[in-house]
Design a protein around this ligand. Structure first.
Ligand code: ATP
Length: 300
């Protein structure tokens, strides 16, 4: 099949959604409904280039279509400045992933508005603003093709040399060249299976090729081996540099690096600050920091 380069970003995002939905038929049905529900406007506004990458949630209220009684977000207001890195933390079900979903316009808010560079997502074509967004999902999809082409999904126009440069920056080059046929090794179901940390580095390499001004990263909850942990951390720091970055964070190293941490609870932002500020303030964050964040080796 021929894939048009411009649609690949959106396609891989839908793929990652499908993968998450797979195994739960209800979620798949719901996902398909979602794709149908959200419509591009008839006369879309173009997101002006170059994209600055300012992200704004303005008093956003939201519940999932299947759960009208359960408020997933309740009056969330936040602004992420161009180039800033924010970490989203909080207990399970607090609304962190919902922020990531809404920012890609998989759903529309029930109340309030979400804007990129001041423009409401509902006023733009999804393919337009999604080009400005790179997503590193928690459990990236690895396609049944070569390692080279798996990374190239980030940007179908990339040359082999560009793919390799992205893999180096994502700390994936060494393990890829160690595979039986290097970059030409078949991955996926009938090929070499990658570890969780390796999959993440492939996803980071894709995101590097994407070169989008806004980066959404859903950090893996599972502990990675120490080598992967450090490699992923370094790669993410490089990738986040000079991009607007929202990370659903589970690791202490990540939250310490963030410019700002947003603490979610029950669909609301209950505290914001740096790691040190929030720890000295006590409260939910201090408890989370003690109990919830993994510390690489220490937690593995
Ligand atoms: P976790 O750390 O477990 O991923 P989270 O902070 O990301 O949690 P969300 O996934 O945003 O939390 O969930 C917020 C609320 O929305 C929860 O009540 C959750 O059960 C609900 N929810 C999340 N996804 C869906 C969905 N696809 N359909 C219906 N309800 C959902």
């Amino acid at each position: 099949a021929v894939i048009v380069a411009g649609s690949v970003g959106a396609l891989s995002e839908i793929w990652s959604e499908l993968q998450r939905a797979a195994g739960a038929t209800e979620r798949l049905v719901e996902l398909l409904q979602t794709i149908d529900d959200v419509q591009d406007p008839e006369a879309p506004r173009a997101l002006p280039r170059p994209v600055r990458g300012e992200v704004q949630f303005d008093n956003v209220g939201f519940h999932y279509p299947t759960r009208p009684g359960q408020q997933a977000l309740n009056g969330v207001t936040l602004t992420v400045a161009p180039g800033e890195t924010v970490a989203l933390v909080g207990p399970s079900g607090a609304g962190k992933s919902t922020i990531i979903q809404l920012l890609q316009r998989f759903y529309d808010p029930i109340s309030g508005a979400i804007r990129i560079d001041g423009i409401d997502l509902r006023d733009m074509a999804r393919a337009d603003f999604r080009q400005a967004i790179a997503l590193v999902p928690q459990d990236p999809v690895i396609f049944a093709t070569s390692a080279m082409d798996n990374i190239r999904f980030g940007n179908m126009a990339a040359s082999d040399a560009e793919v390799e440069a992205a893999a180096r920056a994502a700390a994936a080059h060494d393990f890829l060249t160690a595979l039986p046929e290097g970059y030409q090794t078949q991955l996926g179901e009938r090929g070499v299976m990658l570890s969780g940390g390796q999959k993440q580095r492939v996803a980071i390499a894709r995101a590097i090729l994407r070169d989008a001004p806004i980066l959404l990263l859903d950090e893996a909850t599972s502990a990675l081996d120490a080598e992967s942990e450090r490699a992923v951390q370094t790669a993410v720091e490089k990738l986040a540099h000079e991009r607007t970055t929202l990370i659903v964070a589970h690791r202490l190293a990540t939250v310490k690096q963030a410019d700002r941490i947003l603490v979610f609870e029950g669909g609301q932002i209950v505290a914001t600050g740096t790691h040190d500020e929030l720890v000295s303030a006590g409260g939910l964050y201090a408890r989370l920091a003690r109990l919830q964040f993994t510390e690489g080796m220490a937690a593995a």
